[in-house]
Write a protein that binds this ligand. Structure first.
Ligand code: COA
Length: 256
């Protein structure tokens, strides 16, 4: 496993740490692959009762690494990014996130698949898919509106502005806001408590909570992935990605 993703197991908790602090933990294909493998391993290991994900050095993740994404665009459902997304969307064990700092793109959409989410007081969330000439992924075109209502979801997905931890709490995207620097410790103590609960009850509770919706989420995610792949090759996405890499504002005015 790459050093950019660290995994450990202790006290029934499988921890996944995104560890690329100089790039705000932006995710490369190599990292997606390691995390997808980690989820498979965690599900298969009977000693694991809960999965916790967090980022190193005060940030959750800046989402897809845009340069790597251009070099290695996801080709099909077996590509690392889709393996990871499908992995967390189909977990049987509880999935918990500790979010400090930046949580962009998949850093926010994965939270829609978590059972518990704790955010630092300085956490900043953002869904900049449209800003990048792209479209929603990880079931967010369905799940976000379900969770927070259409108008708030549309604002987040269409305007792609940052929002803070307080707004995330008010919107029902996180369980609690914790002082920065204490979020992973807090989330870990919740995970350890969860790991002590009766395993079958927890497994069945999660299954009952997600069972009806999962086939629909899978269908939506397959459609989103197809469209996302097509949009990646669009003139809008090319302009947005070039602008990011050239550290300038994108100009979409001439693209219809
Ligand atoms: N892909 C590639 N590199 C990224 C990245 C990403 N998603 N996010 C951050 N980085 C890199 C920056 O280019 C910079 O690299 P450099 O030091 O070599 O110039 C480094 O990480 C630090 O980021 P910086 O932009 O200086 O930090 P910031 O605190 O000012 O801003 C963000 C943080 C996350 C708001 C900003 O980096 C950003 O908007 N990133 C793009 C997020 C994004 O669009 N993700 C894709 C979602 S689909």
């Amino acid at each position: 496993m790459t050093d950019l993703v660290r995994t450990t197991v202790a006290n029934g908790v499988y921890q996944i740490e995104m560890n690329r602090p100089d790039k705000k933990n932006a995710l490369t294909a190599e990292m997606y692959s390691a995390m997808a493998d980690g989820l498979v391993e965690a599900e298969a290991n009977p000693a694991v009762r809960v999965i916790l994900i967090y980022g190193s050095q005060g940030n959750f993740t800046a989402g897809n690494d845009l340069s790597d994404f251009l070099r290695n665009p996801p080709a099909d459902k077996n590509s690392p990014v889709f393996r990871f997304i499908n992995g967390f969307a189909n977990l049987q064990k509880p999935f918990v996130a500790a979010v400090e700092g930046i949580a962009v793109g998949v850093g926010t959409t994965m939270l829609l698949h978590c059972d518990l989410v704790y955010a630092g007081s300085g956490a900043r969330f953002c869904l900049p898919f449209a800003n990048l000439g792209l479209t929603p992924e990880a079931g967010s075109s369905l799940l976000l509106a379900q969770r927070i209502g259409h108008v708030r979801a549309a604002e987040m997905l269409m305007l792609g502005e940052q929002f803070n931890a307080e707004f995330a709490l008010y919107s029902g995207l996180v369980n609690a806001v914790i002082p920065d620097g204490q979020v992973v410790e807090h989330a870990l103590s919740r995970c350890e408590k969860l790991a002590m609960q009766p395993a079958a009850s927890i497994r069945i509770t999660k299954d009952l909570m997600v069972r009806n919706q999962r086939p629909l989420v899978r269908e939506i995610m397959a459609r989103e992935s197809l469209i996302f792949g097509q949009q990646l090759g669009s003139p809008e996405a090319k302009e947005a990605f070039s602008a990011f890499l050239e550290k300038r504002r994108p100009d979409f005015s001439k693209i219809t």
